[in-house]
Design a protein around this ligand. Structure first.
Ligand code: ADP
Ligand code: MG
Length: 257
């Protein structure tokens, strides 16, 4: 039981970003993916979910044996993959309960009840639950909204893209604790994209990956995240995979400058 990514080469809008990425996240495991701005962390999350504009050139991704890349986005979600977006999308006119009802096909009353339980668990004010999806929420409130969805949907694997951004210390602790509990409660496997070791205080990582220019350049235990906090990514700087050196293979939709 695992989310297996093998030799993934992918890009967006004619630019190759991921240069052969492999990783295996087992059920119940927490993997942290840490890397500099622009290294392609969010690209990985979008490519795995099949966001339009993202092109997979080669490689595979399977979820408990299901070929994710062959499926439309909604079926990837149905197969058990969840994305907590770095910048959650605002959807005016659509309530959280509507989204979760579509996702789960359960009666509205059950979903509303589960939403309230999950909100309470992370100290998220219930009045936010009745707003249109992410509309008029602060950055941190959006992240907590994503966490409520995670708890109600109970996916098999979750990619959490900078779940910590915008959260105050109390919210950060509550949210990371909730995600950790999910690994035990329903065997959630987590790929946590983050810049900060503080997310990993409660959400302890089994494996930490250092990700630079579209490649994993080091993997280790939690001590690696602590070390990164001190050294930054400089020791891992690499000339390989320079943005333009490996262009080609994707249609360059906007033309090269
Ligand atoms: P990270 O999440 O690690 O900060 P991203 O995956 O967001 O990095 O971005 C990786 C690279 O891809 C960056 O150079 C970024 O400018 C580029 N990029 C991201 N999205 C697009 C897009 N829609 N069109 C063109 N380039 C993009
Ligand atoms: Mg990002």
């Amino acid at each position: 039981m695992s989310l297996v990514i093998k030799n993934l080469v992918a890009g967006v809008h004619g630019k190759r970003i991921l240069h052969g990425l492999s990783m295996t996240v087992g059920a119940g495991e927490v993997h942290a993916l840490m890397g500099p701005n622009g290294s392609g962390k969010s690209t990985l999350s979008h490519a795995l979910l099949g966001r339009p504009g993202y092109v997979i050139e080669s490689g595979t991704a399977t979820l408990d044996g299901t070929d994710l890349l062959a499926l439309p986005t909604w079926q990837r979600a149905r197969a058990g993959l969840f994305l907590g977006m770095q910048y959650p999308t605002e959807v005016p006119g659509v309530g959280l309960v509507d989204v979760l009802r579509e996702a789960l096909g359960a009666p509205e009353a059950d979903i509303a009840a589960a939403m309230r339980v999950e909100a309470e668990r992370i100290g998220f004010d219930e009045r936010f639950l009745d707003r249109a999806l992410n509309v008029d929420l602060s950055g941190g409130e959006k992240k907590r909204n994503e966490t409520v969805q995670l708890g109600v949907i109970r996916p098999k694997y979750a990619i959490l893209d900078e779940l910590d951004s915008g959260l105050d210390v109390d919210a950060l602790r509550a949210v990371s604790r909730r995600v950790k509990e999910a690994t035990q409660e329903f065997g959630l496997g987590v790929l946590a994209i983050t810049h900060y070791n503080r997310l990993l205080a409660e959400l302890t990582a089994d494996v930490v990956h250092v990700f630079v220019k579209g490649r994993i350049v080091a993997s280790g235990g939690p001590e690696l995240a602590a070390e990164l906090e001190k050294t930054g990514y400089e020791p891992y700087a690499t000339d390989a995979g320079d943005d333009d050196s490996q262009a080609g293979g994707l249609d360059d939709l906007f033309g090269s400058p």
